[in-house]
Design a protein around this ligand. Structure first.
Ligand code: LRH
Ligand code: MN
Length: 430
């Protein structure tokens, strides 16, 4: 089947649904007008919203039990960028790509940068990797990296991060994200306070080398791969570290890195109030760090998180510039479809949060009218804003129905032919 995912194909497919969309859009517009809301303002906000995709999210993910590679797996960073381009073309929300080093280390940074730019894409955040041992690596990270007891291992980890910073500058990245798997599996394995001191010392060395204009994001995580204690285990420790480091260090919130039932929207409000919110790795989970599609399990939590973000945005808080990024692992779906629908769910939560009548909510809060305060939020969350999201995509040259247009395009079959599964892919090696 001939491959076609160009503007003409998208427009042809959109024409099939445009009349219905315009009808739904006008109807919603009238409903919102009765609520004193101008639908066009919301559509502009939806069109302007940006969330980055993870390069490591376009290949099929797996677990320690198995990885079932799909057809047309990207075999290198350039093919990953090609797949990210499809997500951008159809959603028009995702021009930024987060890279992971060394998984995405290019031979030529300039070549990769222009390959992305010619496709309307840019490199967002660089992610270092001191949670795996590379074939050419001298010292192992089995017992940690920045917090390792051996200064030589710590130095090796710092040097890797400095290399990532250099590469990030060449690629035009805007931030550097550090997540380490450092921790212990048993009580007594680590000296908890000394391990944190070593970790923070390592971060100080990375912070000192931060290029102009760069921000440093540190990512906390409750557990895994360590199953008893993690050096950067929660937002409080992260906040302490970013304060210690300086004004260009911020705390990144990965939604899957918290214990079940933790009030993440409250952590977000805290980090906003303290001026230390880096941004997000959006995903969803039922139990642990499941890295499922954003909004697929707890859409109300995602909405409540954006309720805090939009409240701060509308207040015009100085320095409020959160980086929105997806971080997911797609084990049973086509990664491109999951990334597209997840980006749409993040924009949905953002637009719904802009539907909250904040003046009325403030009144209810002042009067301690708990029920009407909750209703003010639920009314926004229960508003079907799909016509706004689809109209925003359509006006930006994207697809009214991204998954429908993608499937009709035959892109996956095309890549399956173009990218015969290499030995590595068949064996499930990333
Ligand atoms: C750790 C994490 C981190 C990435 C990795 C791929 O769980 O969320 O952000 O480096 O996943
Ligand atoms: Mn993450």
């Amino acid at each position: 089947m001939r491959f076609e995912l160009d503007a003409e194909h998208i427009a042809t497919e959109n024409r099939k649904g445009l009349t219905a969309l315009e009808d739904d859009y006008d109807h919603l517009g009238r409903q919102l007008a009765r609520r004193g809301v101008e639908i066009e303002r919301l559509t502009e906000r939806a069109q302007a919203f940006r969330v980055s995709v993870p390069s490591w999210g376009v290949g099929t993910g797996g677990t320690r039990f198995a990885r079932f590679a799909g057809p047309g797996e990207p075999r290198n960073v350039f093919e990953k960028v090609e797949d990210c381009e499809v997500v951008w073309k159809l959603t028009r929300s995702t021009p930024g790509i987060s890279l992971h080093i060394p998984w995405d280390k290019p031979d030529s940074a300039a070549e990769l940068r222009s390959f992305a730019q010619t496709r309307g894409l840019y490199i967002d955040s660089m992610n270092s990797n001191t949670f795996q041992d590379q074939a050419d690596q001298r010292l192992s990270y089995k017992f940690g990296s920045l917090s390792h007891t051996d200064p030589a291992v710590r130095r090796q980890a710092v040097e890797h991060n400095l290399e990532c910073l250099e590469l990030g500058v060449k690629l035009g990245a805007r931030s550097h994200t550090v997540w380490v798997g450092d921790g212990g599996n048993f009580p007594g394995q680590l000296h908890t306070r000394k391990a944190l001191d070593r970790y923070l010392d390592g971060l100080r060395a990375i912070y000192r080398a931060l290029p102009p204009g760069f921000r440093l994001f540190i990512e906390h995580k409750l557990y895994e791969p360590a199953f008893y204690s993690t050096v950067l285990n929660d937002w409080g420790v992260s906040y302490h570290c970013t304060r210690e480091l300086g004004e260009r260090a911020f705390s990144l919130v990965d939604l899957g890195h918290h214990a079940p039932n933790v009030n993440i929207e409250m952590i977000v409000a805290r980090l906003i109030q303290f001026g230390k919110l880096a941004g997000f790795h959006f995903n969803d989970s039922k139990y642990g760090d499941d890295d499922l599609d954003a909004g697929s399990i707890k859409p109300f939590q995602l909405f409540l998180i954006f309720n805090e973000l939009v409240d701060a945005e509308l207040e015009g808080l100085p320095g409020f510039e959160p980086a929105y990024m997806l971080d997911q692992s797609h084990n049973v779906t086509d990664p491109i479809e999951s990334l597209m629908t997840s980006a749409v769910e993040v924009v949905r939560a953002y637009v719904q949060a802009h539907l909250v009548d904040r003046a009325r909510l403030a009144e209810h809060q002042e009067r301690n009218d708990a029920l009407l305060a909750l209703q003010a939020l639920k009314r926004a969350f229960q508003t079907d804003v799909e016509p706004i999201l689809a109209m925003a995509r359509q006006r930006a040259g994207g697809a009214i129905d991204p998954v429908g247009v993608y499937r009709a395009s035959g892109y996956r079959d095309q890549t399956a032919q173009k990218r015969p599964a290499s030995g590595r892919v068949r064996a499930g090696i990333v």
